[in-house]
Design a protein around this ligand. Structure first.
Ligand code: MG
Length: 165
């Protein structure tokens, strides 16, 4: 089934958004490594890899549908964050933006009666619930422990155990 041009365009924009997400998390990883927080850095490296995977999943889908992938410029990420809490709050806010973008894509696919694309997007809807929950869990731990000097080193140990799925 030929893809409606609006659906094709929105999927292409979503590929770029996923690569942009990857770039933001790579920048956060770099900032954490520079600040001697290798566990936070490792968590962000795994996250960046996941985002590249999301972009590639859509990339392959657009091709499978017989359409052309059109990549756009990826905006440069910030270079530094003032604290792990600020970085994770920014990550959570970003994931909420990504979720809103996926919701809009699902709505568009439905509106254009592209049932296959709508079903394809269900995986991303579910994934975004997990992405928001993951970032939110770290925000909450950092907030809860913000008055204790041991919180950041302890979380650095914990987050450093995150492995590539
Ligand atoms: Mg993603």
């Amino acid at each position: 089934m030929t893809m409606h041009k609006d659906v094709k365009s929105a999927l292409n924009k979503q590929i770029t958004m996923e690569f942009h997400s990857s770039s933001i998390y790579l920048a956060m990883a770099a900032d954490f490594f520079a600040k001697n927080l290798p566990g936070f850095g490792q968590w962000m490296l795994v996250q960046a890899g996941e985002e590249t995977g999301h972009g590639m999943k859509i990339f392959r889908y657009v091709i499978e549908r017989g359409e052309t992938v059109e990549l756009e410029a990826i905006e440069a990420p910030p270079k530094a964050w003032t604290s792990p809490l600020e970085a994770f709050r920014a990550a959570l806010a970003h994931e909420r933006k990504v979720s809103a973008s996926i919701h809009a894509l699902t709505e568009l696919a439905r509106e254009k009666k592209d049932h296959a694309a709508e079903i394809f997007l269900q995986w991303f809807e579910t994934e975004q619930v997990e992405e928001e929950a993951n970032a939110d869990a770290v925000v909450k731990k950092l907030e809860l422990g913000k008055d204790f000097p041991g919180t950041v080193p302890m979380l650095d140990q914990e987050l450093g155990r995150r492995k590539k799925d």
